[in-house]
Design a protein around this ligand. Sequence first.
Ligand code: XIL
Length: 360
Amino acid sequence: MTIDNRIIGAGIFSVILLLASCAGTTDPHSNKGTLALAYKDYFPIGAAVNSSTIDSHAELITGEFSSITAENEMKPSLAYPRYNQPSFFASDEIADFARENSLIMRGHCFIWHQQTPGWFFASMGGIADRETLLGRVNDYMTLMVERYGDVVYAWDVVNEAVSDEGPEILRDSPYLEIIGEDYIAEAFRMARAADPEARLFYNDYNVLDPKKQDRIYSLLESLLAEGVPVDGIGFQGHWNVNYPDGNTLVKAIDRFAALGLEVQITELDISAYEWNDRGFSWGSGAPPEKLLEKQALRYAEIFEALRSRSDIVSGVTFWGVADDGTWLDDFPVSNRKNWPLLFNESHEPKPAYDAVMNFQ
Ligand code: XIL
């Protein structure tokens, strides 16, 4: 072969490589580009963001995702900390970030037994009455919808209202005590009146636990039977490297879909630890390779299940952007490093990212 032929040969070889990679035969995700692009025919892919990560992780957020949720900034404790004095600075920054980058938003969350300021439930040194509390909830919803209704397409209207142990369906909360059992129905009706266009969600964790799932199902079934405007259920999706299997997830999705609900995974993260694994730690250095591989397999199984139900699943949101910003570093064990997301602490894709991107 002459030198010229070698150059031509090498040129043809590169063209073949290029064509092969465009056809997706060499690198499974290069031709899909980003999470949002790869899943554009399935569902929006979101991330929970906060006042810091919209700067520190801006490139990843805008590059990979199509939706965001404010991790804390739209909760009443931050957005409405004092009587008659809402505080919109942080939530405005996040909503503006979404608007500037053409991202859609999930609004999280109106009614929760946590991260709600004490004044909601108080009145002149005592406890507020039903009408007062309903009025405050209505004010808060109205303020939020007026300000963010243009960019928020779905609201978590009620979060975590169902009890963990039973037998009662609803957990104890000031809302239940002050308003009574119809507080959930009232909340959804007020949310619908405030935002007729948005999709309204009931959001909870442990939805795949059989007994808790039954309680959540009963609650939603009776709300829908009364004509309460619930559009969907959010499975938070705080899972781990051993749980759940795809079949359990598919069955749960189908069960709620049979009620006429859409399903979203609203707070997905795959912990390195099982819930009861409190004494053990992988340390704070780099996560072991075998752990990352196990996590990738779990993510692959979960996303395969979700893709198979993309007619029902209308959104999947991760609870964070990359492993350098995860609430699981302090929950349920404080100061224990965790690596639950698709991007590592240097914002590079992990094996889990490839697993989510690698499908036909
Ligand atoms: C968490 C945030 O990630 C933390 O920053 C905050 O300290 C506590 O709340 N279920 C929910 C989310 O619905 O709002 C929670 O977010 C995680 C559990």
